[in-house]
Design a protein around this ligand. Structure first.
Ligand SMILES: *[C@@H]1O[C@H](CO)[C@@H](O)[C@H](O)[C@H]1NC(C)=O
Ligand SMILES: *[C@@H]1O[C@H](CO)[C@@H](O)[C@H](O)[C@H]1NC(C)=O
Ligand SMILES: *[C@@H]1O[C@H](CO)[C@@H](O)[C@H](O)[C@H]1NC(C)=O
Length: 545
């Protein structure tokens, strides 16, 4: 049990900007689905191989071949096409938008599967450029990464939708040959309404698709979408703190206080020696893998400690890994002499990746060079996602989860600073000089490139549903209602938009099918049932004539 826990706590690609070494990166929803599939043993959605590639996707949607003959370069984008529920001509298409990791098909563990069944919808999933097996370039060298942007990804979606919408049962060889294997459809698709779905970064894309290409889809559901950019993103730590103190999910003020004190004791003890982390009094479960020469190595170490709390909160009750309640129960146990002992015990119990029966506990990664080395890996391998995702963070959104700011229990872990987690990482991994954050050129302060382009939390569109959970760190950059701590008073929404703010839930909770976590002993709360009803209502309204 002990062993599997750490490994199944997948590297939350959005959660920690650094994948703890040895863990998988990737699109979190896909990772949760993978665990659900293996735990339930039912494979009804795996029965047919629905995978294809769209071979007429464009490398650069913004340069014409008149100016640059290479601009028409096409590449193959992976997608999945599943028509088991499709009612044919006039019946809708539900598009599952891929994001920062390998993409799989729509499965019965997703709520949109049930909605598709009820509405006779065709189910399509499209992988995001540069992730999984969808490579527009031969590698991820710095010059090639310029094609990895949210606007290119949105243009991919629009072009793909246009292609599929043009298909019919008597499509000619020319159209058919744009996909491999050829996409044979059973009816004309031109009159079908599309509804798109996505969660997390794909939640942004789902939202922005409706803003930038309003006629491509009738409506969209963008779950847990951090639509606002944020470079020094310590709001993330603030939500982690509030989750550790939230009684509804097993947190308490006492738990929060222990984490705050333990973080201070740990930082003090580790930085007391030179090199860092060589003190004999450091508990065995908190030992670094090697001595730490400087603050950069210390960052590798402290961000892993912080990452344990991040991952637990972001995925609370969505896997067999330890929950917030588990962590807090251990942390406030009276048997521990000091807060640091409590944290050591918690790490040993829930985050020890060593082999079962091993004499020594595993160690905590503590090498900056290893971290950067991984981010510098330019080859595509079908699954890696960290180089791509951090690049997108550096270039467009920020999202660097620092421990700066106030009102959270991790302020003592000072190596998780903007200087290191943001600037140094972006400069060293991608060779960017004098990095100043993803700001719009020539504009200072709080103006992010993505905010300029998409309007941040003022999502001014039609038929957009935006679910968020108040115990998901990412809701702090999302669109929530006025009861939320992070509600933005200046945000403007339109009267055909629906905000679904869910009490007590973690990241993308609404995306999973009703009862999806029952096999793990977790039932849907009334808040989840309410959110599903609301989302279903929205989707059905988008399908009305
Ligand atoms: C905001 O969301 C919360 C949590 O779902 C809900 O209890 C509350 O009624 C909502 N308030 C408004 C003003 O919509
Ligand atoms: C969860 O739901 C199942 C069936 O829906 C029920 O049998 C079980 O008692 C519930 N578990 C809890 C902890 O409420
Ligand atoms: C919103 O959905 C309704 C119902 O399908 C549709 O009539 C309307 O055109 C949609 N609006 C936009 C801007 O897509």
């Amino acid at each position: 049990m002990k062993v599997l826990l750490f490994l199944s706590l997948i590297a939350p690609s959005l959660a920690t900007n650094v994948a703890p070494l040895g863990q998988r990166g990737g699109h979190h929803i896909e990772n949760v689905l993978e665990e659900l599939r293996s735990s339930s043993g039912t494979g009804s959605s795996e029965d047919i191989d629905t995978s294809h590639t769209f071979d007429a996707q464009l490398l650069d949607h913004y340069t014409t071949s008149v100016l640059d003959p290479s601009a028409d370069r096409t590449w193959s984008q992976r997608f999945y096409y599943d028509d088991r529920f499709w009612g044919g001509e006039g019946s809708p298409v539900f598009l599952y938008i891929g994001g920062e990791g390998p993409q799989g098909p729509v499965t019965d563990k997703l709520f949109m599967w049930q909605l598709a069944e009820e509405n006779n919808a065709l189910m399509i999933a499209l992988e995001h450029r540069f992730y999984g097996e969808s490579y527009p370039t031969k590698d991820m060298s710095n010059p090639n990464l310029v094609y990895l942007t949210s606007s290119q990804a949105l243009a991919d979606l629009a072009r793909f939708i246009e292609y599929v919408s043009g298909l019919s049962s008597d499509s000619g060889a020319g159209e058919l040959s744009k996909a491999s294997p050829p996409l044979k459809v059973k009816a004309d698709l031109s009159s079908s309404k599309w509804v798109s779905f996505g969660g997390s970064y794909p939640g942004n894309l789902a939202t922005w698709l409706k803003l930038k290409y309003p006629s491509s889809v009738a409506g969209t559901v963008g779950s847990s979408a951090p639509v606002k950019g944020d470079y020094n993103y310590y709001k993330y730590a603030q939500v982690v703190g509030s989750a550790l103190a939230y009684p509804l999910i097993g947190g308490s003020q006492q738990c929060y206080d222990v984490v705050e004190k333990a973080s201070a004791e740990l930082h003090e003890l580790v930085t007391h020696t030179s090199p860092f982390g060589t003190s004999a009094s450091l508990p065995a479960s908190l030992r670094p893998c090697g001595p730490m020469a400087n603050d950069l190595d210390l960052y590798a170490y402290e961000s892993t400690i912080f990452g344990n709390f991040q991952g637990t909160v972001q995925y609370n009750l969505q896997s067999s890994a330890a929950t917030v309640a588990d962590l807090c129960e251990e942390l406030i146990d009276e048997s521990h002499a000091t807060p640091l002992d409590a944290m050591a015990s918690m790490v040993g119990k829930f985050f020890d990746a060593s082999e079962e029966g091993a004499a020594e506990p595993s160690c905590i990664p503590s090498s900056w060079d290893e971290l950067i080395g991984e981010l510098q890996e330019e080859e595509f391998d079908g699954s890696s996602a960290m180089r791509q995702w951090i690049y997108q963070s550096c270039n467009e959104f920020g999202y660097f989860q620092t421990t700066e700011g106030e009102d959270h229990p991790f302020t003592s872990l000072t190596s998780c600073s903007l200087e290191i987690a943001g600037k140094q990482m972006c400069e060293q991994a991608y060779g960017i000089k004098n990095y100043k954050g993803p700001l719009k050129a020539g504009v200072g302060g709080d103006s992010y490139a993505s905010d300029e382009r998409y309007g941040a939390r003022s999502v001014l569109g039609a038929n957009i549903t935006m679910p968020n959970g108040n115990m998901d760190p990412w809701h702090s950059l999302g669109v929530v209602n006025s009861t939320g701590t992070f509600y933005d008073e200046d945000q403007v929404t339109t009267n055909s938009e629906t905000v679904v703010f869910i009490d007590g839930t973690a990241h993308c909770r609404d995306m999973y099918a009703p009862g999806a976590f029952e096999s793990m002993g977790v039932n849907d709360t009334s808040a989840v049932v309410w959110a599903h009803a609301k989302i279903k209502g929205s989707v059905e309204s988008y399908l009305l004539d």
